[in-house]
Design a protein around this ligand. Structure first.
Ligand code: AMP
Length: 216
């Protein structure tokens, strides 16, 4: 099963992708995670990407397309994968199509998670991540037992630089301008399935699984 998770920042793509990985045993490919890891390790890729990410802007297409081209050839992608946060522009979607064609593959379906703007801002500003193990928390919806401390490994929790309010607003603007057109792009291909991304994590996951069972 090869699927794309589409949706604005804060729609819960990462959270839902992790649950899909557990249930279906295929990898999540998140360009955001790959870029954050490169920033953390101060690689040349990370140094180039950081300035864009800190502003909430998109990293140039050529960089992320290069990352994805390489990643799709890894052996763990043989049975399928979940693309999370890629593609984010029409040129990226075109490049993905080309790369997949060359590999004799195509995407089975694109799942778009729909969430109202005001919910997104609330979700993103409250998000916290463990510096040690990467576990996710939320100040409103998934509070850690002890403020600022990870329930799983006692590591310190931090707020992503790009989850500060000004950057969030910019990320949402960028989404509406550059990524939202992809819903029309994939609708035309007959590949788009939309689900409501409001309510509890488990409810949303149920909606997603229903789509996967039907399409996958
Ligand atoms: P995410 O975790 O998916 O919200 O991504 C965090 C940041 O990484 C984005 O705001 C962009 O700066 C960058 N990024 C992630 N994926 C892409 C992509 N497909 N194209 C361009 N920039 C990306």
């Amino acid at each position: 099963m090869r699927m794309i998770l589409l949706g604005p920042p804060g729609a819960g793509k990462g959270t839902q992708a992790k649950k899909l990985v557990e249930k279906y045993g295929i990898p999540q490919i998140s360009t955001g995670d790959i870029l954050r890891e490169a920033v953390k390790n101060k690689t040349s890729l990370g140094q180039e990407a950081k300035s864009y990410m800190d502003k909430g802007a998109l990293v140039p297409d050529s960089i992320v397309v290069g990352i994805i081209r390489e990643r799709l050839h890894d052996s763990d992608c043989a049975k399928g994968y979940i693309l999370d946060g890629f593609p984010r522009t029409v040129p990226q979607a075109d490049e993905l199509k080309k790369a997949l064609k060359a590999m004799g593959q195509s995407i089975d379906f694109v799942l778009s998670i729909v969430v109202p703007n005001e919910d997104l801002i609330k979700r993103l500003t409250g998000r916290r991540t463990c510096k040690e193990c990467g576990a996710g928390f939320h100040l409103l919806y998934k509070k850690p037992a002890k403020d600022g401390v990870c329930d799983q490994c006692s590591g310190p929790l931090f707020q992503r630089d790009d989850d500060k309010e000004d950057t969030i607003k910019n990320r949402l603007t960028v989404y509406n301008k550059q990524t939202e057109p992809l819903t029309q792009y994939y609708r035309k291909d007959g590949a788009l399935v939309e689900i409501q991304g409001t309510g509890g994590i488990q409810d949303i996951f149920g909606r997603i699984c229903a789509v996967v069972e039907k399409q996958g």
